[in-house]
Design a protein around this ligand. Structure first.
Ligand SMILES: [Cu+2]
Length: 450
């Protein structure tokens, strides 16, 4: 009797839980209602079977309760029962799977008028390529991948010159336009998932996979990598912003073509030198940093990182948070660089500054820090020299009080929380792996040795 009651309660609780559970699909934002329908259908079929079979079991347990001495009949063959059960099961399974085949048929056939967008995955970020005016993607090959050509576009293919390149985890798409995404991986298996679009497809190194959808709702949706692709896997997130066609076109027009990214003219250090005068009041004549002014060392910093931070400060992506006391001092300074090339110029000047050793102020358990740093090294480099390909700046030979503050700021969401801070967000997620103050001290004491 107890068992029968337990089975009935199990069914009642399971059904009730399913009805009130908040963990259900988020509201759909694409044409794939058919996916939701097949999921519901599966729930209905398996749910009905679950309820019937368990109630039947409970019924049998109650009805045929007998004393301890009774023995059950042994009846291994029952042709009639077997035919009935096999037929019902077959119908149930077919009802569950056949509609899925019809949906799959639609999934693999992108409509004629789809726009193609290439999505490139790498440990642990997303980038995107549009075919440009000629509507044709340039040929790519991993052998062409360099820091200056991260997509690996063949420089001698004319079709590639006008390809529009979007690096930095956020892509825009027009509303009500069928999109076919071509998926390519530079290193290991990844998986492109946008829950609200109900799409999910692997990126396989060495081949191009694809999936299509039509965004049906304006908004900003998270791209997740749903393939365990290494230590930073959970930080491999991006965004799709669904725009009106006009907003989309405006955004697209701002993206650089491949030819433009190759036509990179470095800033002019001479012009940068005069702009640097004002920076020197806090960061020092030689860029050595100044603890009294809370200003980090900038000598030895890579131009790409300096440029990005200065633009972040200018655009209010960094240094805007109300608790970011020190960032708020820096932000107006970035705005003094107002000319079209001033940011590049000052970064070029900073590049000419000799690196100077810093003085340690933080003590911790260096050995523990070393094992904690292993994760960090996958992006920032084993010796902390930074990695442009992964957008991770140099950490070695930076003032330790500055590093500590940044880690705390990331942890508290003072830095890296702005919706457009696509690089900071990765670091914000990573900073959470440092549980407490002691871990921060230990890791920094190890970085001091690099
Ligand atoms: Cu991944």
């Amino acid at each position: 009797m107890k068992i029968a009651i337990a089975i009935i309660l199990l069914v009642v609780f399971s059904v009730a839980f399913h009805l009130v559970s908040p963990w259900y699909l988020p509201p759909i934002a694409s044409n794939w209602q058919a996916i939701d329908d097949t999921i519901s259908l599966t729930f209905w079929v398996t749910g009905i079977v679950f309820i019937l079979v368990n109630f039947f079991l409970a019924y049998v347990v109650i009805k045929y309760r007998k004393g301890k001495q009774e023995r059950a009949d042994y009846e291994p063959e029952n042709k009639r029962l077997e035919i009935i059960l096999t037929t019902i099961t077959t119908i149930g399974v077919a009802a569950m799977l056949a509609p899925g085949l019809l949906v799959w048929d639609q999934i693999i056939a992108a409509p004629e008028d789809s726009k193609e967008i290439e999505v490139v995955g790498q440990q642990w970020q997303w980038s995107f390529r549009f075919p440009g005016d000629d509507n044709k993607f340039g040929k790519v090959n991993n052998q062409f991948i360099t820091v200056a050509n991260p997509f690996g576009i063949n420089p001698s293919d004319p079709a590639g010159q006008d390809d529009l390149l979007v690096s930095g985890n956020e892509v825009h798409m027009p509303l009500e336009q069928p999109i076919k995404v071509l998926l390519r991986s530079k290193d290991v298996l990844h998986n492109f998932t946008v829950t609200q679009f109900r799409v999910k497809m692997d990126l396989v190194p060495g081949t191009v996979t694809s999936i299509w959808f039509k965004p049906t709702r304006l908004g900003s949706f998270e791209i997740l990598c749903e393939e365990l692709c290494g230590i930073g896997h959970f930080a491999m997130r991006g965004r799709v912003v669904v725009d009106t066609p006009e907003d989309y076109q405006t955004w697209l027009n701002q993206q650089p073509t491949f030819a433009q990214t190759q036509d990179f003219t470095a800033g002019d250090p001479l012009k940068g030198q005069s702009a640097y005068m004002i920076c020197a009041t806090c960061h020092g004549q030689k860029g050595e940093g100044n603890a009294a002014m809370n200003a980090p060392k900038i000598a030895g910093m890579a131009p790409w990182y300096v440029e990005r931070q200065l633009r972040y400060y200018q655009q209010g992506i960094r240094g805007k948070h109300k608790d970011d006391m020190f960032g708020q001092q820096m932000a107006p300074m970035a705005l003094t660089l107002s000319g079209a090339t001033s940011v590049d110029d000052v970064a070029a000047y900073i590049k000419t500054l000799q690196d100077i050793p810093v003085v340690e102020t933080i003590q911790g358990d260096t050995k523990r820090g070393m094992s904690l740093y292993r994760t960090c090294g996958t992006c920032h480099g084993a010796t902390g020299l930074g990695n442009q390909g992964l957008n991770a700046p140099r950490l070695a030979n930076q003032h330790d009080w500055y590093l500590k503050r940044q880690l705390e700021n990331f942890k508290q969401g003072i830095r890296g929380k702005h919706p457009h801070d696509v690089y900071g967000v990765q670091m914000r997620l990573m900073s959470r792996t440092l549980r407490d103050e002691q871990s921060i001290m230990d890791i920094i004491s190890y970085i001091n040795t690099l």
